[in-house]
Write a protein that binds this ligand. Structure first.
Ligand code: PLP
Length: 377
């Protein structure tokens, strides 16, 4: 945590006003101003933001929601919590975001909404998705949990659909430790979301303990909001740092054998929540590279090893070849804003020597392998 975040938390803790109050209201206002959203409703997690958004749209039992299986579990959990059915459609092979053609093919008379995910911070193809939704009268809910400040042709993620949902979990591009935000341009939807996060009570009307609808405790607290305000103030500079790091990694890794660096579609502003390379050969080569990185004390991770339609909780027999392939190929490398230049160089050198060595071993006849594993001079 930055000094500003610690000071803000202490200030609120000392004030004695801890529950949802002025800090939350100020955070909602500032988030909307900075990122370009009309109405913002802060909640206690990204999962809650997705769940309450779908609920506020009236989505429930009997409805189907089309989304991607190549995402974090919370995307599908939010759909299940409303009682609706998740329908997985495949992803685009380049961006790994929901493929609009696959989403179109998944539409049935029961489809109520499409929920694209701006995976890793790259905006999903919102033009085609909103066109599709308009044509079929469907709601669009954006899972923007990884995409704070991302945009497509100048429109911010979370502002394309009927609503967007952000997460402020500790590892996201900005944090309130735990928290989330619902964004929308629809005043009525924002009002329903406010009721849903506070037990269905309309406290703005000054009538506590009168329940208009069934709601939950989805509130953000003022300590979290105070921390989040300091994070929001730092977001632009930190996003710039992530983008710089990604550019440098791309520049140095793109030509290596057997891998593919992430792309940024024209008009898209990628915010690199994750910097994800893909290894054409899949697990053996990926495992080898992860071992080399671990040895050099460089963290790496697989987001995500199992597409949701293959997991126990969300199992379906749908055929999603691009999602299956992505799960075998992806590897996230460090890209966080605090990375120093030397750290970036170390990442680049470690990846390069692991991949180049491996490639020359594979290309060598038997017996020549020992020679090939010597560092290149
Ligand atoms: C983090 C995340 C969520 C859930 O957010 P929480 O704040 O952890 O509840 C939802 N969707 C995606 C894609 C995420 O990365």
């Amino acid at each position: 945590m930055s000094g500003a975040a610690v000071a803000a938390a202490v200030r609120v803790l000392r004030s004695g006003h801890l529950a949802q109050g002025h800090e939350v209201a100020a955070f909602e206002h500032e988030f909307g101003e900075q990122l370009g959203h009309r109405y913002c409703v802060a909640v206690n997690s990204g999962t809650t933001a997705l769940w309450l958004t779908l609920s506020a749209l009236g989505i429930g039992p009997g409805d189907e929601v089309i989304t991607t299986a190549f995402t974090f579990g919370a995307t599908a959990a939010a759909i299940h919590l409303t009682g609706a059915t998740t329908v997985f459609a495949d992803i685009d092979a380049d961006t790994l975001c929901l493929d609009p053609a696959a989403a179109a093919a998944a539409i049935t008379p029961r489809t109520a909404a499409i929920m694209p995910v701006h995976l890793y911070g790259h905006p999903a193809p919102m033009d085609q998705i909103t066109d599709l939704a308009t044509r079929y009268g469907l709601a669009v809910v954006e899972d923007a949990a990884q995409a704070h400040g991302a945009s497509l042709r100048g429109t911010p993620t979370g502002a394309f659909g009927h609503a967007g949902a952000f997460s402020f979990y500790a590892t996201k591009n900005m944090t309130s430790i735990e928290g989330g935000m619902i964004t929308t341009a629809d005043a009525e939807l924002a009002h329903r979301a406010r009721l849903l996060r506070n037990q269905g009570m309309d406290t703005d009307r000054g009538t506590p303990y009168h329940y208009d609808i069934v709601g939950v405790n989805g509130r953000m607290n003022d300590v979290a909001a105070a921390v989040a305000r300091t994070e929001l103030a730092a977001l632009r500079a930190r996003t710039d740092a992530r983008r710089r790091h990604a550019t440098q990694l791309n520049h140095n890794l793109a030509a290596l054998p057997g891998i593919r660096t992430p792309i940024q579609r024209p008009g898209a502003q990628h915010v690199y929540h994750q910097y994800v390379i893909r290894l054409h050969d899949g697990p053996p080569r990926r495992t080898h590279l992860q071992r080399a990185l671990r040895h050099a004390r460089i963290s790496s991770a697989v987001h995500y090893p199992v597409p949701l339609h293959r997991s126990r909780a969300y199992f379906t027999n749908t055929n999603l070849p691009n999602s299956d392939l992505a799960a075998r190929q992806v590897l996230s490398l460090p890209v966080h804003p605090a990375l120093a230049g030397v750290a970036l160089d170390r990442i680049i050198n470690t990846v390069a020597s692991a991949l180049v060595k491996r490639a020359s071993v594979a290309a060598m006849p038997d017996g020549a392998a020992t020679l090939a594993t010597r560092p290149a001079s």
